[in-house]
Design a protein around this ligand. Structure first.
Ligand SMILES: Nc1ncnc2c1ncn2[C@@H]1O[C@H](COP(=O)(O)OP(=O)(O)O)[C@@H](O)[C@H]1O
Ligand SMILES: [Mg+2]
Length: 243
């Protein structure tokens, strides 16, 4: 069952056509990747799905509801994390997570913060100021925040961008197990091709605001006549899409 359907989304910033007719669906529990060179329109697409950027045209349906008409209900079932999001540095991690838990209207905010802290192994960080966290710790806290409301769809913009290989691997495993165990669908962007290959059921390749190819990593490689996603990326980014 599709929990997200984006239809012909477009967005222009002045002279730049950032997104140019993107349609995609995400099924329940599915892990979907958005790939593409810098400036391809990945973040803008995600921001439209989150109602942070208003599309010039096109629409978004989530859980069978129109995002614009049912914004509050829809967004209460979604969450978002990105490498570029900040945390209020003067607050302690526990205060940040408690605040979000209350903001989300959770029935037992403290219990949920404790659960998420255990899941992400951030218990020892709860009394630290967010400004004192390393980037790996920061990412885990951001993901903890994003899991608080037990989202049915988790949208992640380059979640492992700031992480060393070991921390990245742990976050990937955690995300995959969350998706598999709770049925949470993931929509992620990444420039780590191995990560996308290993995590994603379906990949959409974006170039200049358009989806130029979709499929599993193996399907994309076969389609472009190359051995892996890294080569698909290089081929599309350098040569454009073959007619
Ligand atoms: N708020 C904005 N104002 C002006 N231009 C923007 C804005 N957001 C994105 N863009 C432009 O839109 C294009 C797509 O950007 P983005 O969606 O961030 O790409 P990606 O995430 O794939 O790197 C880029 O050319 C970028 O400079
Ligand atoms: Mg981006």
């Amino acid at each position: 069952m599709a929990i997200l359907e984006a239809q012909s989304l477009t967005k222009r910033f002045g002279p730049v056509q950032a997104v140019d007719g993107v349609s995609l669906t995400v099924g329940q529990g599915e892990i979907t990747g958005l790939l593409g060179p810098n400036g391809a329109g990945k973040s803008t697409t995600l921001h439209m799905l989150l109602g942070l950027v208003t599309p010039d045209s096109g629409g978004v349906t989530m859980f069978g509801l129109d995002l614009q008409k049912h914004r509050t209900e829809v967004l209460s079932r979604v969450n978002f994390s990105a490498s570029y999001l900040g945390l209020p540095g003067v607050l302690h991690v526990r205060e940040v997570l408690n605040s979000f838990a209350r903001l989300y209207g959770l029935r037992d905010p403290r219990a949920r913060v404790a659960e998420v802290a255990e899941l992400l192994e951030i218990g020892p960080l709860l009394k630290r100021r967010t400004s004192d966290l390393s980037s790996g710790q920061h990412t885990r806290v951001q993901l903890g925040k994003a899991l608080l409301n037990d989202p049915e769809l988790l949208i992640l913009d380059e979640p492992t961008a700031a992480l060393d290989p070991d921390a990245g691997e742990r976050i990937r495993n955690l995300l995959v197990s969350v998706a598999r165990e709770t049925g949470t669908a993931l929509l992620i962007t990444s420039h780590n091709m191995r990560e996308v290959e290993r995590m994603c059921d379906t990949i959409h390749f974006l170039a200049a605001g358009r989806i130029v190819a979709s499929g599993s990593a193996a399907e994309l490689a076969a389609h472009f006549g190359v051995v892996d996603l890294e080569e698909v990326f290089l081929k599309v980014a350098r040569e454009g899409v073959p007619a």
